[in-house]
Design a protein around this ligand. Structure first.
Ligand SMILES: C[S@@+](CC[C@H](N)C(=O)[O-])C[C@H]1O[C@@H](n2cnc3c(N)ncnc32)[C@H](O)[C@@H]1O
Length: 420
């Protein structure tokens, strides 16, 4: 299995507090996908207050050595990202490591500079600790998004022949995970072969109840496959808006719309965790095999609720899990970007929809996803492939429907108060 770990070095002046906390949090939250280290320009002793506040949350740094950045540099160590966590001085003095290293500068208060009683100093240190943890979690989410964007950019820029030759739909072997879940669109009205990159995992428009004149929003629209099907249903008087955060996908989708001569199909570049749309805009939201790729699924469903008109609805095809996946898959970028390892348990998925306030939630279709042996063989030993295949019902594609209440019932005081 290729080493896909993202190697990160945290740097500070003394490697005694902030860089150590950042390293510890990346190890904790980043799992096996990351390799974290920390070092200092003038390494000193680990700050005992930091050891104490980290212990309070179950992370034991006792006896952890500090190390010198220059030693790592002279050993020829390579990193994907070098992040300074104290001030400008660290950023300026940190050596330039070889390779294509992303340099990031964060700035947190220095715990060794806090004054006051011991309890006050500890309290300030806790604040820095918590701030670093939040920043690390954001960094992990951002990393996943960058990786997904890069993969889909490559797919968008590939010519159609290359795309199809890596796809089981064309009858050849399935060496890529991206194209193995898609349904056949070719008989649907509005189908545009140029927009069909084989990246879906269902047919969300089939259950979307799109009416003439509807405003339809497609989340993670890719090259526009579902948008053009939706356009056939909403007609000239409706509007279709596709949102995708990969610039190359947006370019491809716009070129397809232009070639088809549609002026009521629009593509907007943006993150569906923070949609570039005003509230209460859409009659229908559709999405095909995208939400599994998004780290904060709560945020996406709350955004769907925001952009839907009261009484509007969604139909979403996505990948969910019914059992556990092999642990080591979490570190495989291809399996995350390929819609497998970012998926969550089906029950959790449905709870998130409910928590976002949707009603009349229904699973319209379920489909078992069987990963072919040649794909499994890339990430598992032959024995593990046999064990995995013995229970191949762990990954499922579902098409789920839900409605935004016609009135915001959550704001009602009581059923008979007539206040809403
Ligand atoms: C598996 S492809 C599906 C594309 C399209 N729905 C289809 O069926 O052809 C996932 C798409 O979602 C987009 N995407 C992933 N995460 C996103 C996010 N957070 N915001 C917007 N688009 C995202 C990717 O750029 C990619 O085009």
């Amino acid at each position: 299995m290729p080493d896909n770990k993202h190697k990160v070095l945290f740097v500070c002046i003394h490697n005694s507090a902030r860089s150590q906390m950042a390293e510890a949090f990346l190890r904790l939250h980043g799992g096996t996908a990351f390799e974290a280290e920390s070092a200092g320009l003038e390494p000193g002793k680990l700050n005992p207050n930091v050891v104490a506040v980290m212990k309070e949350i179950g992370i034991d740094l006792t006896g952890k050595p500090t190390q010198a950045v220059n030693d790592l540099f002279h050993q020829g160590r390579q990193y994907d990202a070098v992040i300074t966590v104290c001030d400008k001085e660290a950023a300026e003095r940190c050596p330039i490591f070889p390779g294509r290293v992303k340099r990031i500068a964060w700035s947190f208060k220095d715990p060794s500079g806090f004054k006051g009683t011991q309890e006050e100093v500890l309290e300030h240190t806790r604040k820095v600790r918590d701030e670093i943890e939040v920043t690390i979690k954001d960094f992990i989410r951002q990393h996943l998004k960058d990786m997904v964007r890069q993969k889909y950019s490559e797919i968008a820029l590939q010519d159609k022949a290359t795309n199809q030759s890596s796809c089981c739909g064309s009858g050849c072997c399935s060496t890529e995970v991206y194209n193995i879940m898609s349904d056949d669109y070719s008989n649907l009205e509005g189908y545009d072969p140029n927009a069909d990159l084989g990246l879906g995992c269902g047919l969300p428009t089939q259950f979307a109840k799109i009416k003439k004149g509807d405003v339809v929003v497609d989340l993670g629209s890719g090259a526009g496959n579902d948008c053009f099907i939706a356009r056939a249903e909403t007609g000239e008087t409706g509007k279709v808006i596709g949102i995708d955060f990969t610039p190359a996908m947006i370019t491809k989708a716009r070129a397809n719309a232009e070639q088809l001569g549609y002026n009521n199909v629009e593509f907007r570049q943006g993150d569906i965790e923070d949609m570039p749309l005003t509230s209460n805009k859409a009659d229908v939201v559709v999405s095909n095999c995208v939400l599994n790729l998004v780290p904060n699924k709560h945020k996406v469903f709350s955004e769907i609720s925001r952009i839907l008109k009261p009484g509007g609805h969604f139909s979403i095809s996505d990948i969910v899990l019914k059992g556990t996946l092999p642990d080591k898959w979490r570190e495989v970028a291809e399996l995350y970007a390929g819609c497998v390892s970012g998926a969550i348990q089906k029950n959790e998925y449905l709870s998130i929809i409910e928590e976002a306030g949707f009603v009349n939630i229904q699973i319209q279709k379920e489909k078992k996803i069987i990963l072919p042996d040649d794909i499994l063989g890339q990430y598992l030993t032959p024995e593990e492939v046999t064990a995995y295949s013995a229970d191949d019902s762990r990954i499922e594609s579902i098409t789920v429907y839900g409605e935004k209440p016609a009135k915001d019932e959550r704001n009602c005081c009581s059923p008979d108060s007539k206040c809403c």
